[in-house]
Ligand binder design. Structure first.
Ligand code: HEM
Length: 433
């Protein structure tokens, strides 16, 4: 486990491996962390992404999933209690190699080693998802998190210019207990017995302080179907659907002029591309971050957009099964308010079949069944015509909501030895019987 202090040290000391650990609601309960009546966990986290009510809101069908954070009819494996994300340097030993698979039900997802690669004209290896697009580019910047050391932050600011401010978001949008975009302290749930240095008396000093929620989805990508689509319609149509060039550059920008990630995230839609002639309104990136097109004017739109941002990590994975290689993305979105952030984006934008009157949901991660609702994508101004029919390129294989504790809360969970032992023996007994 790497703490904030280690991360600071990492500027001078090399880190060889890191682990992040997060718990579903049933995981916390099983480990003896019972929510208090006064400060319970929020409803989406308590009910779980795989629950019937969330499935309805998110237009999901967990009955077809391999795993979920809840136990349910037709869900192959659940409830998943713990999420462990591990990073090790190439060839470094895994710090969690001793997980007892007789006691824990392990769903292991390996990174796709081909996802970091150089593409033509580039000097560094960069992350690409399975359909071939550069990923991990656009991100909110947490206000006050990085100090301006005169090099890194000033450079990013100088490259992006005044539009840098469009992505600076209050810490409480991602970290519980801090001020959010409403200028309120992000709500912190509490658990029985939490007395960390007596800070429970402080309004921000509850169990969840410094923690966050992760919305996690395992999404399989049908690379063969997408390649066939690209062969038929061409790269330009695919880029319109994503809303970015394959290299990550915004649409309409000179492909021969590579630029920093900070600069490539500094653009707006409203004035120059109000009708989506360059970046279609229904494209993936314009749906999930409408930037300056949400309210009555640019400033109010940017303020509104900041209420629906996610810190995203899309980890491309691959697995071999029956001699076949299957690829996908392990999507992790960090946010402080699951309803206002992840769920809003998924329900109102990604899977809204009447988003901006388009009669179509997201070209990559929409949920509509092509048999009952033809999947299509509108591209105003494209010579080949206005609309193309789409195949289904992705399928959700699993999902869950997890609480990512701060260091003090994690120590509290780990320190609760009797609960840990009884949980382990309960699981072992269940495995034997
Ligand atoms: C197979 C699934 C997915 C693929 C292949 C995918 C791919 C991409 C790519 C290539 C980008 C542009 C690169 C970047 O800005 O970093 C992007 C951006 C983004 N995606 Fe996805 N994505 C997937 C699923 C999702 C889902 C399920 C959500 C949310 C519910 C989502 C939310 C976002 C957001 C918020 C951005 C940043 C947009 C911006 O700020 O301009 N993605 N995605």
């Amino acid at each position: 486990m790497v703490s904030a202090a280690h991360v600071k040290e990492s500027r001078t000391t090399h880190i060889h491996s890191a682990i992040a650990i997060a718990f579903s609601f049933s995981g916390l309960t099983r480990l003896g962390c019972m929510e208090t009546r006064e400060h319970p966990f929020p409803t989406p986290f308590r009910s779980g992404m795989g629950s019937d009510v969330r499935a309805l809101l998110l237009r999901d069908n967990p009955r077809k999933w391999r795993w979920a954070d809840v136990d349910g009819d037709g869900i192959a494996r659940g409830p998943v209690h713990v999420l462990i994300a591990e990073w090790t340097e190439k060839d470094a030993e895994s710090p969690i190699s001793d997980v007892d698979e007789k006691v824990f039900c392990v769903i292991r997802v390996e990174n796709d080693p081909c996802s970091f690669r150089k593409i033509e004209g580039e000097t560094e290896e960069k992350l690409h998802e399975a359909f071939g697009f550069r990923d991990g580019l656009a991100q909110p910047v947490i206000q006050g998190l990085r100090q301006d050391d005169g090099v890194g932050l000033s450079k990013a600011k100088a490259e992006a210019g005044p539009l840098y401010e469009d992505r600076v978001v209050s810490p409480g949008e991602f970290i519980l207990g801090y001020r959010n975009e409403y200028d309120e302290l992000a709500y912190c749930p509490n658990v029985e017995g939490w007395t960390e240095s007596g800070r429970a008396k402080h309004p921000g000093g509850r169990f969840a302080l410094n923690g966050s929620y992760l919305a996690v989805r395992q999404i399989e990508q049908d690379v063969a179907a997408f390649d066939a689509f690209r062969a038929l319609h061409g790269k330009e149509v695919c880029e319109k659907m994503m809303g970015r060039q394959v290299t990550g550059l915004p649409l309409g920008w000179d492909p021969n002029k590579p630029m920093s990630d900070s600069k490539a995230d500094a653009f707006r839609f409203r004035v120059e591309d109000a009708n989506g002639f360059t970046c279609p309104k229904g494209s993936h990136i314009r749906r999930v971050n409408p930037r300056d097109t949400l309210g009555v004017d640019v400033q109010s739109s940017i303020k509104s957009t900041k209420l629906h941002r996610l810190l995203r990590r899309g980890r491309p994975y691959r697995e071999e099964s029956n001699g076949e290689t299957r690829k996908g993305i392990f999507f992790i979105a960090c946010n402080a308010d699951l309803e206002r952030q992840f769920e809003f984006i998924q329900q109102r934008w990604v899977r809204n079949p009447s988003f901006v009157n388009l009669h179509a949901d997201d070209p990559f991660v929409g949920s509509s069944d092509p048999k009952t609702f033809p999947k299509s994508f509108s591209m105003p101004g494209l010579a080949s015509g206005e609309e193309v029919s789409l195949a289904t390129f992705t399928a959700t294989l699993g999902g869950g909501y997890f609480f990512l504790p701060g260091i003090a809360a994690l120590n509290f969970i780990v320190g609760n030895e009797s609960a840990l032992k009884s949980a382990a023996s309960e699981v072992a007994e269940a495995a034997v019987s």
